[in-house]
Design a protein around this ligand. Structure first.
Ligand SMILES: Cc1ncc(COP(=O)(O)O)c(C=O)c1O
Length: 417
C-alpha cells in the first residue's frame, strides 16, 4: 500500500495544491494532515501538532471554533449559492464599510488573488494606464503581474508569465521610498497604481516603516495614480479597522480576504466610489464570479464580525500570548548567544536565522540562513510544533492557542535551536 505522499505525487501536481505545502522551500517532507481542532493539526498517525500555520492566516479563531462551525446544516438548507444579490450581502458590505470607510463601494469575490487582480483591473481602467508599481517580497496572489518578485511564491521561477506582463511591472524595495523614485524615474506619470501590503507578512514579518505609506500616497497623487492596500492578511488580523485604521493614509482601493470568511473562501475588493464606478454595469470594466457573495460564505463572514464585536478582548489576549512567545524566544537567543531577533505584533510572531535588527525589506529577509531554518522547522515538527515550511511565512497565533501551547512551543524551540 502506497503512503499518502506517494499517492499525492501521483495525482496532484507536485503532490499539492499550493507549492509551499509541499515543504520544498524548507527541504522538508510534505506534512499530510488528517484532522484539525482548536490550535492543533493532527497527522495520519493521530499525532497532535501545535499549529502556527493556521491555514496561512485565515484561522484567527483556530480550527473548528464552535461559534463558526455549529448550525451549518440550517445555513446549508438555505442554499450555498444563489447567483443573485441578497440582503445579507448588502448588510455585509455595510458592516465592512463602517469599519473601512475607504471602501465606499465594494464587490465580493472568492479569493485574495481575485480581489487583488480585480483591484488592479479597476485601477487600470480608471487611470487608462497599465503599469503597476509593486514591492519585492510582497505577495498578492498568483495572477501574472503579482508573481513578479513576490514573497511566498519565491523560487518558483516565474514560468508562464508573459514578457508583456513583466513590462508593465515596476518592482521597488519595501520601506525604501528612494527605490520607488528610482523605478519611477522618467515615467512619473505613466503608471496606474502602487500596490502594497501595508504591513508586510509574506517575506517574514516586515511592518511598514514610519512615513513609508505616506510617501507612497504622495507619489501616487503626484502621478495621478492610485494606491492599493492589500489587506488580505491584515484586515481582522490587526483589528476591525485593519492596517488602514492605524495610519492617516487612505487607500484608493483595498483588497480583503482570509480571516473574513472564518476559513470559508470569501474575499472583497473596493474603494473610492468614483473609481469603482468603472465597473459594469455603471462603467465598461468587467469583473464577476459564480460564487461571489454567495449566502453561505456571507453568513460565515457575518459570524466572524459578530464574534469580534462580541469579544474585543480577543486581540489583547492574542497579543499577550504572542508577546510571551516572542519574549521566550528572545530569552533563548540570549542564553545561547544567538544573534537573532524575534519580531511580534499582536498575533503575529516571526524570527529567521539572520543576525542584526529585524528585516526591513526582501533583500534583507532573503539574507537569512535558509538551511538553518529548514533544520529548525524539521526539529520543531519532530517536537510537535507545525511551522509553515518557508522562510517567507510567519507564525500566526489564534484565540485557540493557550499559554500551555506557548510553553510547549518554547520548550521545543529551546531544544531545536
Ligand atoms: C497579502 C496577500 N494578498 C493576497 C493573497 C492571495 O490570497 P488567496 O491565496 O486567497 O488567493 C495572499 C495569500 O497568501 C496574501 O497573503
Amino acid at each position: 500500500m502506497q503512503g499518502s505522499i506517494e499517492r499525492a505525487l501521483e495525482v496532484l501536481a507536485g503532490g499539492c495544491d499550493s507549492p509551499v505545502r509541499s515543504g520544498w522551500s524548507a527541504g522538508m517532507p510534505m506534512f499530510v494532515q488528517a484532522s484539525a481542532a482548536g490550535a492543533y493539526a493532527y497527522d495520519e498517525s493521530g499525532r497532535r501538532y501545535i499549529d502556527y500555520i493556521m491555514a496561512y492566516g485565515p484561522l484567527l479563531f483556530g480550527h473548528t471554533n464552535p461559534e463558526l462551525v455549529t448550525g451549518l446544516d440550517a445555513l446549508a438548507k438555505g442554499g450555498f449559492v444563489w447567483g443573485t444579490t441578497h440582503a445579507e450581502e448588502i448588510r455585509l458590505a455595510e458592516r465592512i464599510r463602517a469599519y473601512l470607510p475607504s471602501m465606499q463601494r465594494m464587490r465580493f469575490v472568492t479569493t485574495g488573488t481575485e480581489a487583488m487582480m480585480s483591484a488592479v483591473r479597476v485601477a487600470r481602467a480608471f487611470t487608462g494606464r497599465s503599469r503597476i508599481v509593486k514591492f519585492a517580497g510582497n505577495y498578492h496572489g498568483h495572477f501574472d503581474l503579482a508573481l513578479i518578485d513576490a514573497g511566498a511564491s519565491a523560487g518558483s521561477g516565474g514560468g508562464g508569465i508573459p514578457q508583456s506582463a513583466r513590462a508593465d511591472v515596476l518592482v521597488a524595495r519595501y520601506n525604501d521610498l528612494a527605490s520607488v523614485d528610482e523605478v519611477l524615474a522618467g515615467d512619473e506619470t505613466g503608471f496606474a497604481a502602487i500596490m502594497v501590503e501595508p504591513i508586510g507578512a509574506n517575506m517574514g514579518f516586515v511592518p511598514a516603516a514610519d512615513g513609508f505609506l505616506e510617501g507612497l500616497l504622495q507619489r501616487a497623487r503626484r502621478a495621478g495614480a492610485l494606491l492599493i492596500f492589500d489587506e488580505v492578511i491584515t484586515w481582522l488580523r490587526f483589528g476591525l479597522r485593519g492596517a488602514q485604521g492605524r495610519t492617516s493614509v487612505v487607500p484608493d482601493l483595498t483588497a480583503l480576504g482570509k480571516i473574513m470568511g472564518g476559513g470559508l473562501p470569501i474575499a472583497a475588493f473596493g474603494g473610492r466610489r468614483d473609481v469603482m464606478a468603472v465597473l459594469a454595469p455603471d462603467g465598461e470594466t468587467f469583473t464577476g464570479g459564480t460564487h461571489g457573495g454567495n449566502p453561505f460564505c456571507v453568513a460565515m463572514a457575518h459570524r466572524v464580525l459578530d464574534l469580534l464585536e462580541a469579544h474585543p478582548e480577543y486581540y489583547s489576549q492574542m497579543d499577550r500570548l504572542a508577546r510571551r512567545l516572542a519574549g521566550g524566544l528572545r530569552e533563548i537567543f540570549t542564553q545561547r548567544g544567538l544573534p537573532y531577533t524575534a519580531v511580534q505584533q499582536e498575533s503575529v510572531v516571526d524570527f529567521k536565522f539572520r543576525a542584526g535588527p529585524a528585516a526591513q525589506n526582501y533583500d534583507e529577509a532573503c539574507s537569512a540562513d535558509r538551511a538553518a531554518f529548514a533544520r529548525y522547522c524539521a526539529a520543531m515538527l519532530e517536537r510537535g510544533v507545525l511551522l509553515a515550511p518557508s522562510q517567507n511565512e510567519v507564525m500566526f497565533l489564534s484565540t485557540a492557542h493557550t499559554a500551555q501551547d506557548v510553553n510547549e512551543t518554547l520548550a521545543a524551540a529551546q531544544e531545536s535551536l
